[in-house]
Design a protein around this ligand. Sequence first.
Ligand code: COS
Length: 387
Amino acid sequence: MIHDAETLDLLLDAIRRFVRERLIPAEAEVTETDVMPAPIVQEMREMGLFGYALPREFGGLGLTVEEQCRVAFELCYASPVFRSYVGTNNGIGAMGIVIDGTPEQKDRWLPRMAAGEVIGSFALTEPDNGSDAGALRTFARREGDHFVINGTKRYITNAPEAAVFTLMARTDASQKGASGVSAFLVERDTPGLTVAAPDRKMGQRGSHTADVILENVRVPATALVGGVEGQGFKTAMKVLDRARLNIAAVCVGISQRMLDDALAYAMQRRQFGQPIADFQLIQAMLADSKAEIYAARSMVLEAAREADRGANIIAEASCAKLFASEMCTRVADRCVQIHGGAGYMQEYAIERLYRDVRLFRIFEGTSQIQQLVIARGMIRDAKAGRG
Ligand code: COS
């Protein structure tokens, strides 16, 4: 759903210019230094990019899901680390509050997140619980009107930058599965909370992940998301439905960039007396990539429109995430291939992007978890006699 086509076009044009004039030229430096340049962060703040998915009443741009996906298509034409920096505030670091937070929690956090004054982060994964998120072991013990939290969270995106974590912890020790889990808003400077050194990753330099360690971290009961115990796993899953669709849109944006780079290279690189783009085996790789990007883009937009109509898009989000992330790494691989030896060299962006995009088949639910979500839904619907 597009609210206001004219305003959206202005925003998308501004992002397109920002990507080409500011972000793409800064990619190599961000990779080299692993630091997001402060002037770029400031420009992202001024453009409203920290809060484009957050409601207008809290200072966000209030974009529809379709509009958010169109923003991701444009923004992710640059290295995905720029999107990652603003991504948790528009997604997993804020959506728990938007979807299930109390009015006080929304007032306290969302305006500052939308303005880019604070960064929110999402802490679900643990050293021993990744795909099996419902088995998490971080424990929150109630003590009067407080909870005391102990445990370790792993691979937490933007943890080094975050001021607040939407953190899932078990509040009911008698429930081993999802129903004993609650979500908390835990402030970074709470005594007992430590953010470990940033992880050393395969790619995505400039976007940071780290362990978050909680040792007797005492939070008031008002930090419980929505003020209700036992709903934290569902909050996390609802957040992930939205996040998975968004990652699919991210995959479309960066795939288009990789393909455009590969096409430009193929048109100027000459072998056997002609541009390699004239060879049909190269054309096959270009054409397959274009067709697959188009398919992923269509899936994302269709699922986004369904979400805007208020439909449940659990299966559609998983389908889009599964297809788009697998597509993205196929496109990356072909684009390295089209570059030949040059594609293996750091001088060309594709060497870095190839490593960056490998993450998409893993985070916010692996491809195998998406398959599981899709198939389980099919079986459940069939048993219930739904088509
Ligand atoms: N929206 C709302 N509720 C949901 C939901 C969703 N998308 N998905 C599950 N639920 C509910 C279920 O309806 C169920 O509720 P009831 O107990 O009232 O019936 C409850 O949550 C438990 O669901 P389920 O039984 O399906 O949980 P499982 O433990 O079997 O786990 C998977 C389901 C594997 C799908 C889940 O653990 C998962 O997504 N894992 C991947 C985690 C992930 O993506 N991590 C990435 C890191 S975070 S960036």
